[in-house]
Design a protein around this ligand. Sequence first.
Ligand code: UD1
Ligand code: PEP
Length: 437
Amino acid sequence: MGTFRIEGGHSLKGEINPQGAKNEALQILCAVLLTPEKVTIHNIPDILDVNKLIHLLKQLGVKIEKTGKGSYTFQSDELDLDYLTSEKFKQEGSGLRGSIMLVGPLLGRFGKGYIPRPGGDKIGRRRLDTHFEGFIKLGADFRYNKEERFYGVEAKNGLTGTYMLLEEASVTGTANIIMAAVFARGKTTIYNAACEPYLQQLCNMLIRMGASIKGVGSNLLEIEGVEELSGCTHTILPDMIEIGSWIGLAAMTKSEITIKNVSWDHLGLIPTNFRKLGINIEKRGDDIFIPAHKDGYEVQSFIDGSIMNISDAPWPGFTPDLLSIILVVATQARGSVLIHQKMFESRLFFVDKLIDMGAKIILCDPHRATVIGHDFQSQLKATTMVSPDIRAGISLLIAALSAKGTSIIHNIEQIDRGYENIDERLKAIGARIERIA
Ligand SMILES: CC(=O)N[C@H]1[C@@H](OP(=O)(O)OP(=O)(O)OC[C@H]2O[C@@H](n3ccc(=O)[nH]c3=O)[C@H](O)[C@@H]2O)O[C@H](CO)[C@@H](O)[C@@H]1O
Ligand SMILES: C=C(OP(=O)(O)O)C(=O)O
């Protein structure tokens, strides 16, 4: 279990270059299985989850070449599909959430796809019904081995396009179904599709490879099946969740930080929601400039004066992945705010650590927490904690950087799962953080 030691209470200053988006990279890497031709991808983040997926692709026989920092070529012309039913895959395939998206492209191109129950954050139930119901609608046979927790889909005679209304706008589910449907006979219509920038990027990449997809960016997609796809070049967007994390870090540590090349047009409601906490976010070209909030920041109120509420919703709503960060930043705001995590039922439990540090939070139920901000009148106190999931982990790290004294965070693999070289990048802007195990 890796550990960070953090000496808090110091302001930071400088420029940050956001990494490539984790959740986009996981989709895009799976899409390289759709063609025997070479696919070049730039801006791949060097993080645990992505490296695990690249390892799985290698085991599957994909020819992989690293051509520069964050740049790789992939060629899926001689795959070893037997790996998919091997004991090794049953172990390795369950190491991350994103591996579930290997199934769609394999089913579409080879008529079969298998996956052990995927890993990822333990933040509540994470069912896969949307994925498999979509494959079944396209004509696949489905089986699930409960003992081994191993899923399989097969379509000996190929897939056939159809209309489907997804039960929920699942992000990885939509990506999976799209990647199967690009080879289905005829037209597939997906309604209630997720439409995060991750998915827009995936669809645009598939279109460049020769797929026919209409409705990109909306929740109604129409896919006309094709016989084959060709190679392409794709560049991953900056990670909007990392960008939100840097905004929160800057405010909470009263630091002046410039976040470079954020691809502002793809940030949706992220700036709006940080502004609800009174955080000053300046757009400078495609950069975000956060001034040092020397006098703190004040929670805004609604037009009718009622208490501020920040909640998640499927895109273009506010991403659930930033609510933990919003929550920690609220602990030092002037005023109170209700944080409502609608999607996941176990993602707010980490607040007990913040309460230990002196934050004023009432966990109303597993989905809702009321935060009464300190307005920096009282600093959080350093403590020892264990990072329970990726976003709680970065939130605790932000809390530790603002706290008085030296904190210890264990299980930082959770943070490394999604944040590239976080300790060195923080040090570069003045943070006192050491990786001690
Ligand atoms: C690898 C990856 O890309 N992971 C992201 C992906 O996970 P993932 O694709 O696994 O998440 P899903 O979109 O399937 O669902 C997330 C949760 O939200 C619930 N749900 C979903 C849609 C909906 O309309 N209503 C609803 O309640 C689901 O029941 C589930 O509990 O999307 C999540 C939701 O943005 C993010 O937190 C994860 O970071
Ligand atoms: C929940 C997340 O990741 P995963 O879906 O990979 O567990 C996340 O990125 O916040």
